[in-house]
Design a protein around this ligand. Structure first.
Ligand code: OXD
Length: 306
């Protein structure tokens, strides 16, 4: 029987996603949301009532790396497996962004920008790379790609992962070791998923575990950070900078202090853009795998929350 697929993406991208998925999976029947029963739901941030009118039989594919939005949708069927994108062109983008942020911090480019704005010619002393620790939180596909991209620069690398596993040339810290991990991060790059265990993880207490003058980079979810505590750490000079791609509310409200903070560099959730062709091909391969009785990559563990 032909697989029935519902693509539930809202906004201006919806038609592009439907066309790309239909091209990647020509053997399927793409149905409208009027259909009561489908085999597959392919979605990004679906409407809150999607499961009121749609029964999903076989699997849900999330068009993104993070499933925190999806796991909050009422009526999410408990027995249907969920798959999320795994890399699909995002790892290279994350790596580029993270390397740019680390090098900007290491070479003091923000200070030179401030000097230029003030019309001041002010060389800074060279830094010792061997004592400039760079830490990555989250050692999944994206975290490992970021670590690999950083390796050629010779910084001491560390990683923080729920379950510590060996990574070549990287000092890996496990779940209970957050304070030791953060204390060695001249730059801390957060790639952790938003779960019950990570929400508000970066507050006054944990931010204070970073070395004085450290740099905080959040490429994961805004919910991980207590904004007022981060602003206080930047205001006091405890932290030299924050590079933020994600926020509790997106778009960031116009009156939020991050917008004009001199120590904050912001981008609008673009560190790793979901790529249409790569993602559609991955979902198509996943649907074909399920149809063939195999297990595609990227299965979400609902108890863990990612
Ligand atoms: C995300 C994504 O999960 O863009 O934020 O993939």
């Amino acid at each position: 029987m032909t697989a029935r697929v519902l693509v539930e993406v809202r906004g201006e991208d919806a038609a592009r996603w439907r066309a790309a998925l239909a091209a990647a999976l020509p053997e399927a029947r793409f149905v409208s949301s009027a259909e009561r029963e489908v085999d597959y739901l392919v979605t990004w941030k679906p409407a809150a009532d999607v499961f009121e009118h749609t029964l999903v039989r076989k699997a849900i594919f999330n068009l993104g790396a993070g499933v925190d939005h999806l796991l909050r949708v009422p009526g999410l069927p408990a027995s249907v497996p969920i798959y999320r994108l795994s890399d699909a062109g995002m790892a290279a983008q994350m790596a580029e962004y993270a390397v740019a942020a680390v090098l900007r911090a290491f070479r003091g480019l923000d200070r030179y920008a401030a000097s230029q704005a003030a019309g001041v010619w002010q060389p800074q002393p060279a830094r010792e790379r061997g004592s400039f620790g760079v830490g990555v939180m989250g050692a999944g596909v994206l975290g490992r790609a970021v670590l690999a991209a950083l390796r050629p620069f010779g910084f001491p690398l560390r990683a923080y992962a729920r379950t510590a596993r060996a990574i070549e040339d990287v000092h890996v810290f496990g779940g209970d070791d957050l304070a030791s991990f953060l204390s060695g991060c001249a730059v801390c790059i957060c790639l952790l998923p938003a779960t019950a265990a990570t929400r508000d993880l970066f507050d006054a207490r944990t931010l204070a575990w970073l070395p004085r003058g450290g740099h905080f980079v959040n490429l994961a979810r805004g919910e991980l950070v207590v904004d007022a505590d981060l602003v206080a750490a930047l205001d006091s000079g405890a932290l030299a900078s924050a590079t933020l791609d994600v926020f509790r509310t997106e778009p960031l409200p116009p009156d939020h202090p991050f917008w004009h903070h001199p120590r904050v560099t912001m981008t609008p959730h673009v560190a790793a853009i979901t790529l249409l062709r790569e993602s559609s091909e991955q979902v198509a391969a996943g649907i074909r795998a399920v149809e063939a009785g195999a297990e595609p990559p990227g299965r979400v563990d609902r108890a863990r929350g990612y």
